[in-house]
Design a binder for this molecule. Structure first.
Ligand code: EPZ
Length: 419
């Protein structure tokens, strides 16, 4: 496919209403969990993003057939069961490591290559491997190939995570769902997507308690059956469109999401001077005032401020009064969007884990290149509030996690087109 780009003309305050897509970071582990189920699984509110298509390619390779249309994915097992995933499928997205738990848990073995790194820093999987070993798997990881085997199946274990890793928590939940006995995860990740995965697994017959808290208990069962499940809304996509409204000085309504899942982002937007009104499953944002700098924004595991919202909120704060300090604690290399924002006229200095943003009055459109998913979205957020034309290349990064990004921005009155 030829390289595409977004052409954005800034200056129009966003306004209007947008339905928030299903959550990327929930649907990816849920699709992997469907690989453990017999019968048919129907996943609703499934976002149409390239990571979802990557998942269907992996599932098809594993012997499932997937039908994906109008945000509904139907997955049927075809009896044949494959336990290895080739490199070209593994490398399409980092989260393919989630199949290690799903395959070892359901088939007693798996062979796969390391998921790529470098986008946000190394993406080590040491905690994933250590957890699978505690559950009774033999794991070798020579020459970039991971081989797991547990010929007598996995057994429950008590696992203490020294860091509340989202992917590791999910991999353990999958692997332990069909293991013999009880597994307890201490210091588990508490992200809402973890609760969504547990909701799906329990509807498939699993016995998981405590998801969303630091201690999660999984009682192994004999088998899992398919079910129908609707994916939670994407809180990071919501934060992105709120940042776009803030950057352009507009007012928008988000449909299909409640404040609860994006509380830590909304409280930062309120400190910036945005006003929020919520009712039932909708959030109304008034971002017409000039934005104020926010003294300190520190990314933390949930329920702290999410690292995935750091880039897009930084983009909105480029044009503000006062200064803001970001501290990025989760990933080593998650300021790759700063150079592009500076090229657009922002005043940002990165010192180690900190980034200091001195608000400026104006940003200028420029030619920039998306570095990663949220960094690319940040460039679009800045472009919508800049004077003139911004061209963003490498937008395949944005397409990984945002469903019809240009359609969403256009629906909100923004001037954007895909070329
Ligand atoms: C998930 O990644 C999300 N991806 C990320 O979203 C998100 O930024 C991250 O959680 C934190 O919330 C999906 O859910 C598909 P981690 P994950 O394991 O599971 C280190 C986006 O933009 N670590 O909590 O990889 C790791 O290097 C993406 O939507 C180890 O050292 O996150 C990182 O520094 C980006 N060893 C930190 O922990 C391990 O074995 C957080 O990783 C595992 C992780």
């Amino acid at each position: 496919m030829t390289a595409q780009k977004f052409i954005i003309e800034g200056g129009t305050p966003l306004q209007g209403e947008l339905k928030i897509q299903g959550a990327k970071n929930s649907v990816l582990p849920i699709i992997a969990a469907a690989a453990m189920c017999s019968g048919e699984t129907v996943i609703e509110n499934c976002p149409e993003i390239t990571d979802t298509y990557s998942s269907t390619r992996i599932m098809t390779h594993l012997g499932f057939n997937c039908v994906f249309e109008n945000n509904t994915m139907i997955i049927r097992s075809s009896g044949q069961r494959i336990s290895e995933i080739p490199d070209e499928l593994m490398r399409e997205m980092r989260s393919s490591i989630i199949y290690m738990g799903a395959l070892t848990g359901s088939l007693g073995e798996c062979t796969m290559t390391f998921p790529g790194g470098c986008e946000l820093g190394p993406r080590p999987i040491d905690m994933h491997i250590a957890a699978l070993k505690k559950l009774g798997a033999k794991v070798s990881d020579e020459y970039g190939i991971i081989r797991c085997s547990a010929e007598n199946g996995l057994h429950g274990a008590k696992i203490n995570l020294n860091y509340p890793s989202v992917g590791t928590t999910e991999n353990i939940m999958l692997a332990a769902a069909l293991a013999k006995g009880e597994t307890v995860i201490y210091n588990a990740a508490r992200e809402p997507e973890i609760s969504d995965l547990a909701g799906f697994l329990n509807r498939c017959g699993a016995k998981i308690k405590g998801a969303g808290n630091s201690t999660v208990i999984i009682e192994g069962v004999k088998k899992l059956h398919g079910c129908t499940y609707s994916v939670m809304p994407d809180r990071i996509a919501a934060a992105t469109y709120i940042a776009a409204a803030a950057s352009s000085g507009g007012e928008i309504t988000l449909d299909g999401i409640d404040r609860g899942v994006c509380e830590s982002c909304i409280s930062v937007f309120e400190q910036m001077g945005c006003k929020f009104y919520e009712y039932s499953n909708r959030i109304y944002v008034d971002a017409k005032r000039k934005l104020k700098g926010v003294n300190k924004i520190t990314t933390m595991p949930h329920p702290g401020f999410p690292t995935d919202a750091q880039a897009v909120i930084m983009a909105a704060l480029c044009k503000s009064s006062g200064s803001s300090i970001f501290v990025e604690n989760i990933f080593e290399n998650r300021y790759r969007h700063v150079d592009a924002l500076v090229k657009m006229g922002a005043d940002i200095k990165v010192i180690g884990k900190a980034a200091i943003v001195n608000g400026v009055d104006k940003l200028y459109g420029a030619k920039v290149s998306a570095t990663d998913l949220r960094g690319g979205a940040a460039m679009a957020v800045a472009g919508l509030g800049a004077e003139g034309i911004t061209e963003i290349s490498e937008i395949r990064h944005i397409d990984r996690g945002y469903e019809n990004f240009e359609g969403a921005i256009t629906k909100l009155g923004g001037n954007i087109r895909r070329a």
